[in-house]
Write a protein that binds this ligand. Structure first.
Ligand code: MN
Length: 500
């Protein structure tokens, strides 16, 4: 059976870095999740459990800690199998419970009405476009506000990746929305966290659903070009390696890399679709032991093959904001053919492919040995990256001192029953929410529900709450009492003016 095969694969990967005791826990979690999902199937008709298994295999490939793997196996049990969080805590501990609850909450972050923003529906009225970018920005902020542990995001990204890999089995009318959401929310997130590999995969998986004809055209076009180049790359690699080693630069690895289709498409749009101007369609990547070797290799290459002016980039001295480091150059290579070469160390390569996840590698030995200094180094790295992400958002509050994710602790993000995101100050109440929707809704408010349950009007709202306002048709005026607990200026001033 497929699930058995997948579980064996997971065990094989995990056993390379986990102790037998932890593997046993993993197996227990697998059996538990399987039982919880029961006969449920995915839209593809496969048993549901195959999905969490596939997600957890991805997490194990990044060598993440046992709790993250277990949470990967359980990540849909609360949402889809109505498993009680308490049961998860009892069986697998509070850490796992926290992670699963975190992933469950993120499931509420959905892009709405996105179809008409796809290229093939260019209605693009200005207001619509602005409303759309506001929504996207709220969702991105919300994603961070609702996450207090980086591992929740790592699980969510693996989850999204597998959902994109299996998007074909999903109802056609849902595909475009999910693909668009992936590009707008999860790709920038992966990018900010420096996870280049997963970013490229997500983009390429979304591309055919965003613009099918462009995707097909580009795929054909590049396949032809790449095939043409293959023999050339092979020959040039041999020459390069022999040359560098004869000059005493050790080459740990040298490989050709083909540009991801989606980023190629974006680049083509910038270059008026002239493929002959895209020199990095195929590039050669050289991995050397040290930073010094990187510069030495670059010098040697330039002394033999002329570089193209303006195409030398030193991302080692000035890394990209997400931590990416490498030397790039484009040269007139063998037979004068123009080709891009990237040079980096093994560590830079890890960072470029796996970003933040590379800092979360788990090993018992390392765990025990890891000094406080190393740990804070990792955290600082993580903070730096989030700071960058936050800079991109339009309303940068002063960076909080907190170590992990409470950047937005003075704001909360809640939903309307239709899934619109409303941004409120921390401590805001249903009355603030009602006035944020519309002042008439505020005036007519007689009650409120959170996640379907009636709450009092002075209840403090929490991140991720879905709020329904109960209004009356009768003439209704705001109550003086409300002034005691409302938090927003908008609500306060409207209530006052109505009362006077
Ligand atoms: Mn899932």
């Amino acid at each position: 059976m497929l699930e058995q095969k997948l579980f064996q694969q997971l065990k094989r990967i995990a056993s390379s870095y986990l102790a037998p005791k932890e593997l046993a826990r993993l197996e227990e979690a697998y059996n538990f999740a399987k039982l919880q999902h029961g006969e449920t199937q995915r839209e593809s008709g496969e048993p549901y459990i195959t999905h969490p298994l596939a997600v957890t295999i991805k997490l194990a490939k990044s060598e993440l800690d046992p709790d993250t793997l277990i949470a990967g196996l359980l990540h849909d049990t609360i949402e889809d199998a109505n498993t009680k969080p308490e049961l998860i805590r009892e069986k697998f501990g509070p850490e796992v419970e926290k992670l699963v609850l975190g992933v469950t909450k993120l499931a509420r972050i959905k892009l709405r009405n996105s179809n008409r923003f796809l290229p093939q529906f260019i209605t693009r009225r200005r207001e619509e476009q602005q409303a759309f970018s506001r929504q996207v920005e709220s969702l991105r902020k919300m994603l961070l506000a609702m996450t207090d542990d980086i591992r929740i995001i790592l699980i969510k990204l693996a989850d999204r990746l597998h959902n994109m890999e299996t998007l074909d089995a999903v109802r056609p009318d849902k595909r475009a929305r999910i693909a668009q959401e992936t590009l707008e929310i999860y790709v920038p997130l992966a990018n900010r966290l420096g996870m280049g590999e997963i970013r490229g995969q997500l983009q390429d998986l979304a591309f055919p659903y965003i613009d099918p004809s462009e995707y097909t055209r580009l795929k054909k076009l590049t396949e032809h070009r790449v095939n043409e180049k293959e023999a050339y790359i092979k020959r040039f690699k041999r020459v390069l390696k022999a040359y560098l080693e004869s000059e005493h630069v050790q080459v740990l690895d040298i490989h050709g890399r083909v540009k991801h289709l989606y980023s190629l498409w974006r680049k083509l749009n910038r270059y008026q679709s002239d493929l002959s101007k895209i020199y990095d369609l195929v590039a050669i990547r050289i991995i050397v032991p040290t930073t010094k070797d990187c510069y030495q290799a670059l010098g040697l290459i330039h002394s033999r093959w002329n570089p193209l002016l303006g195409r030398i980039k030193d991302y080692i001295a000035t890394p990209k904001p997400n931590g990416y480091q490498s030397l790039h150059t484009t040269v007139f290579g063998l037979d004068g053919e123009i080709i891009e070469i990237q040079i980096r160390t093994q560590q830079m390569h890890e960072q470029a492919e796996h970003g933040i996840a590379a800092h979360w590698h788990y090993s018992e030995a390392r765990e025990a040995k890891q000094t406080a200094q190393q740990e804070s180094q990792d955290k600082i790295e993580w903070l730096k990256q989030l700071k960058e992400w936050q800079k991109q958002l339009s309303d940068p509050n002063e960076l909080k001192k907190a170590l992990q994710l409470d950047f937005f602790s003075d704001q909360i993000f809640v939903f309307t029953p239709q899934g619109d995101v409303i941004n409120l100050p921390a401590g805001a109440t249903p009355i603030d929410f009602a006035y944020a929707i519309h002042s008439d809704v505020g005036d007519a408010c007689v009650g409120a529900k959170v996640d379907g349950k009636i709450i009092t009007l002075d209840t403090e709202l929490k991140n991720g709450d879905i709020i329904e306002i109960i209004t009356t048709n009768k003439k209704h005026r705001p109550k003086r009492d409300w002034l005691k607990f409302v938090k927003t200026h908008k609500a306060r001033s409207r209530i006052k003016s109505k009362l006077s």
